[in-house]
Write a new protein. Sequence first.
Length: 75
Amino acid sequence: MVASVWIPATLSSEINLIRELEILRMIAQGASNREIADALFLAEGTVKNYVTNILGKLEVRVPQAALKAKESDLI
């Protein structure tokens, strides 16, 4: 059995932000969800969830995401 580990909310948020930025950079480079999943050892569904969160935070749709990220100096 795996023991659960408590992670403070701020640390958890920082970890998610780091992962979201990794994924955003890969999207900007033209990687597919499958390619991102394989590179980061994630399930493709997990990548899709991250992408949905990223797009929501940027308030954009997929084609606008990379442009908005570059304009905001995120990538």
